[in-house]
Design a protein around this ligand. Structure first.
Ligand SMILES: *[C@@H]1O[C@H](CO)[C@@H](O)[C@H](O)[C@H]1NC(C)=O
Ligand SMILES: *[C@@H]1O[C@H](CO)[C@@H](O)[C@H](O)[C@H]1NC(C)=O
Ligand SMILES: CC(=O)N[C@H]1CO[C@H](CO)[C@@H](O)[C@@H]1O
Length: 251
């Protein structure tokens, strides 16, 4: 009696584990939750980098700027926010962590899968834990690559930023030019001075566009710095412990 009860239990337990391990994977809420968690965690480092870039743009290209520096970047920030979820989900799950965890040699699911620590790359919480370093690198790369995409692709959002900056920079040059001209007229020297002013006033529109793109393309490098350095394993953008707990909260 004793024997048969426990073996019955055993059968039920095995059947339960087998049936659940077939459905347990990082899908649905797990995918959405983890994607959003990384996007949320990147908010602070990303914003600090955008602020640095915006301040540099203003200080180098728009002296005497009156606007909030970050407002020049608003169109690309909005575009980024619009695309961030799909881009991150695609990078983490569609491109990497998906599918069943079956050992190619045995055709079986290895120990530790789907939880808590699964030694195959697949779509389970345990796999995200086992390959956490890879996961954190993907999240970093996705954050940096999306921003770069928006900049280098000459997206509509990027062109709006360009227009705003060029406009602010040239109205500024115009103001300075008028000031210079008044000074110049007062000194009663003529045209030669105007041409000279172009040199000190600095950049024409083309150069402003070039510089703007260079500053914006610093995003990846500055994000790496804010994260404590790619070479150091981005310690400040790992969030290994809270993220690990969160990942394992999914069955
Ligand atoms: C970074 O992300 C982009 C876009 O998802 C991808 O094309 C590229 O291969 C990734 N690079 C690395 C090193 O993962
Ligand atoms: C990384 O985090 C540590 C500990 O919170 C902090 O002292 C350090 O300044 C951070 N590094 C960067 C680049 O933000
Ligand atoms: C700094 C930060 O935002 N940490 C959060 C990262 O995401 C996990 C999972 O949502 C949170 O628990 C952390 O607080």
């Amino acid at each position: 009696m004793k024997f048969s009860t426990s073996s019955l239990f055993h059968v039920i337990e095995v059947a339960f584990l087998a049936s659940t391990s077939l459905v347990l994977a990082c899908e649905g809420d797990c995918i959405v939750g983890i994607t959003n968690a990384f996007i949320g965690n990147y908010t602070a480092p990303k914003e600090s980098v955008l602020e640095k870039i915006a301040e540099r743009i203003v200080s180098e290209l728009i002296p005497n700027n009156k606007e909030n520096a970050i407002s020049y970047l608003k169109p690309v920030i909005e575009e980024y926010n619009k695309r961030a979820y799909d881009y991150m989900e695609n990078a983490i799950f569609k491109s990497c962590f998906h599918g069943k965890c079956l050992d190619p040699d045995t055709g079986l699911e290895p120990a530790g899968c789907p939880d808590p620590d699964c030694p195959l790359i697949c779509g389970t919480p345990g796999s995200l834990i086992h390959f956490y370093n890879r996961l954190q690198d993907i999240a970093f790369n996705s954050t940096a690559s999306l921003f770069n995409d928006i900049i280098v692709s000459d997206s509509a959002a990027y062109r709006q930023v360009e227009q705003r900056v060029v406009k602010a920079a040239s109205s500024n040059r115009r103001r300075r030019f008028l000031r210079f001209k008044r000074y110049d007229l007062a000194r009663q020297s003529g045209l030669g001075r105007e041409r000279n002013f172009q040199d000190i006033a600095g950049r024409g529109e083309k150069e402003i566009r070039q510089d703007l793109k260079i500053y914006l393309q610093q995003f990846r490098t500055l994000l790496s710095d804010a994260c404590g350095g790619i070479g150091n394993g981005i310690p400040n953008c790992s969030w290994k412990r809270p993220m690990g707990e969160y990942i394992l909260s999914f069955p």
